[in-house]
Design a protein. Structure first.
Ligand SMILES: [Fe+2]
Length: 395
């Protein structure tokens, strides 16, 4: 018999917030809670049984019906190139998982391999087909669920994210700078789907990350300059075959929204070859396109080694901190045969992004921190980590 693990008050704050304000669990819903077995034993889909049991109990307490599914994810190579899989040859969502998704009203997902932003295109397409909202719970272990990162009110991050998105205005000029010599600039193009406005709430969407932490990506037009970076977000670092923290900075020269030159050490050489292979798969225009300056909005998105022993996962969490900004290399959206969501995020810590002369972030300082609408949400939660993230870090 398994004993229900006792839930400490820190975890209760986070679990309740996630279920009520991110998942928005309703009575009588069938809720699929998914986790992968490798994550219990040092694999990349990091998870523990305690968090799964807390969430299961929380779903049940709301009058809904939780079903927990522990699955094997396909064993496969990390590095995706030089030959890229196609839609026909790529690994698939396991069929039992897909059938469980079909029968669910809500999906709470703890499997990193099934993230809609970085992995298979099949996943977001399936969510849409099944009209299935997915919570991507990234606080997948008990220490992470107790962290200030998970205890920061979900509504506060949503407000910060939305108000930051409001600062991204189609037609204005943007400028990204860093003391390391980075200087990129261009115009803000239209938002995804050709929309004029960028901000949107996630509440009714199929994709609901918990904790949330990134604002909508700027669609750059006529981007020019240099981008010097020494980090890559871990999922695509693994797929390309470079470490998330580089041994030497890489300097990208960008002309008219395209990568014109890649200079640096060992990682630059790998990136050059990767982009060449990508050009073979999706064409030069898509492979060398640079897109999406955007970054983190979560003031407490830094965790200690005691809270998360895996250094790559700590890097992943840190990419949601306001000190982190990233660009994406490559655009595969126009190539229907390419099976992955290309999310090659090259990352800078401590940069400044301005749009239309207004500061979105400045080395971790958020432009919306003084917005009275953001302050009003923060004031509702005086006992929780909020805009004062620096006072709660690593707790
Ligand atoms: Fe991104």
């Amino acid at each position: 018999m398994t004993v229900q693990p006792l839930m400490p008050p820190e975890a209760a704050q986070a679990v309740n917030d996630m279920l009520d304000n991110c998942a928005c669990v309703e009575r009588d819903q069938n809720v699929l809670i998914l986790a992968a077995v490798d994550g219990l034993h040092g694999g990349r889909n990091i998870v523990d049984e305690t968090v799964i049991a807390w969430i299961q109990a929380g779903v049940q307490a709301r009058g809904a019906h939780p079903s927990v599914l522990w699955v094997d994810m396909p064993v496969r190579r990390n590095v995706l190139w030089p030959e890229f899989a196609t839609r026909d040859t790529v690994w698939r969502i396991p069929p039992i998982v897909k059938n469980a998704m079909k029968a669910a009203d809500l999906f709470i997902n703890h499997v990193l391999d099934l993230s809609s932003e970085e992995e298979l295109r099949e996943l977001p397409e399936t969510l849409k087909e099944f009209k299935l909202p997915m919570v991507r719970n990234m606080a997948t272990t008990a220490p992470l669920m107790m962290s200030a990162w998970a205890r920061t009110p979900h509504d506060l991050i949503a407000e910060i994210r939305f108000r930051t998105g409001e600062m991204v205005v189609t037609g204005e000029r943007w400028e990204l700078t860093h003391p390391n010599g980075t200087h990129l600039e261009g115009k803000v193009g239209k938002a995804p789907g050709g929309k004029e406005v960028y901000p949107y709430w996630r509440r009714n969407g199929y994709y609901r990350p918990f904790p949330d932490g990134i604002y909508p990506a700027v669609n750059p037009v006529g981007c020019e300059g240099v981008f010097i970076f020494d980090h890559m977000m871990p999922v695509w670092a693994r797929h390309i075959g470079v470490p998330p923290a580089f041994s030497e900075p890489v300097c990208l020269t960008v002309r008219d929204n395209k990568v014109a030159k890649v200079e640096g050490g060992a990682e630059a050489a790998v990136l050059r070859d990767f982009l060449k292979a990508l050009a073979n798969a999706i064409g030069e225009d898509g492979a060398y396109e640079i897109r999406a300056p955007h970054g983190g909005v979560h003031p407490s998105a830094l965790v200690s080694a005691a809270q998360c022993p895996d250094p790559d996962y700590r890097e992943f969490i840190a990419s949601f901190h306001p000190s982190s900004l990233h660009m994406h290399l490559g655009q595969a959206g126009h190539n229907r045969d390419f099976p992955y969501n290309l999310h090659t995020a090259v990352e800078l810590r401590g940069a400044t992004l301005k749009i239309g002369g207004k500061v979105l972030h400045d080395n971790g300082r958020l432009g919306v921190a003084d917005d009275p609408r953001v302050q009003a949400v923060a004031a509702k939660y005086p006992d929780r980590p909020g805009l004062d993230g620096a006072r709660w870090l690593y707790t």
